[in-house]
Ligand binder design. Structure first.
Ligand code: SF4
Length: 265
């Protein structure tokens, strides 16, 4: 079986415990205004016009985004770093996009990793059919689970989908006692005021197991990609990256409720 990926990052330190290899699968059902990997959203390999400025001259070129890879070839890549996983308590992380957009390929990869005793982590938006999540859960050691906005209407506005299914799937995974790290992007004026933080807490308080929380500061590093790939952009220009003080405030907010919180992955 083959899957479509758009990147492999070796020596990743922020996508789960230890040193990891992170595999980025193509395809995502969301359309987050702040997405810094817009080229990942289409499930297909795409050849797209890109625009670069060389010596002050705007030049157009064609760039291919994504490539097919077989389970066997991807396992060969993953196994190259086995010693690093063993020594650091790391493993492999499947990210995206939304890795569950390629459920058959992901399942096979997770099963192969488990056969090789490699720690597996799936980084998901949670916006997938429960049956799909349920199938991969036995072979996933850790979920990095995004909660992007606690309010259903605002989640719909900012990502293109509501959060009802996402929250429901989170509770179902929790009921299986899966290891879950919650990832919350911290985006000034969008989801970072006290009312929003309180609503996040209401969602989290219903979990049986207290998850670790990673607060991910919004950044503009991917914003140039929209122009580069000539893709339509949402109006995030006026949104600033969060200052250290507001990140610390959010961190303390959750810590005061007994959560272990990190800033960044
Ligand atoms: S879930 Fe991630 S990859 Fe998908 S649109 Fe949102 S930020 Fe981009």
């Amino acid at each position: 079986m083959k899957g479509v990926i758009f990147d492999i990052k070796r020596l990743a330190l922020h996508d789960g415990p230890g040193i990891r290899q992170t595999v980025f699968l193509k395809g995502c059902p969301l359309n987050c205004h702040w997405c810094h990997n817009p080229e990942s959203r289409s499930k297909r390999i795409i050849c797209t016009k890109v625009r670069e400025v060389i010596n002050g001259v705007s030049v157009e070129d064609i760039e291919t985004i994504g490539r097919e890879i077989s389970v066997v070839d991807l396992m060969t890549s993953i196994l190259r770093d086995r010693i690093l996983y063993e020594e650091s308590g790391g493993g492999v992380t499947f990210s995206g996009g939304e890795p569950l957009m390629q459920p058959g390929f992901l399942l096979q990869m997770l099963q192969q990793c488990h056969k090789q005793d490699i720690h597996t982590c799936v980084d998901t938006s949670g916006y997938v059919p429960w049956k799909t999540l349920e199938k991969i859960a036995p072979f996933t050691d850790l979920f990095l689970y995004d909660l992007k906005h606690p309010d259903n209407e605002k989640h719909l506005y900012y990502t293109g989908v509501g959060n009802t299914k996402i929250v429901k799937n989170l509770y179902l995974l929790d009921s299986m006692n899966k290891d879950i790290w919650i990832r919350i992007p911290n985006i000034p004026t969008i989801n970072d005021d006290e009312a929003d933080l309180l609503k996040f807490l209401v969602i989290l308080a219903k979990l049986n197991n207290k998850p670790r929380i990673s607060l991910l500061p919004y950044h503009k590093l991917g914003s140039h990609k929209y122009a580069h790939f000539q893709m339509p952009n949402h109006t995030m220009q006026d949104i600033e990256e969060p200052v250290k003080e507001s990140m610390a405030t959010a961190k303390h907010f959750f810590e005061d409720e007994g959560y272990y919180v990190t800033i960044g992955g």
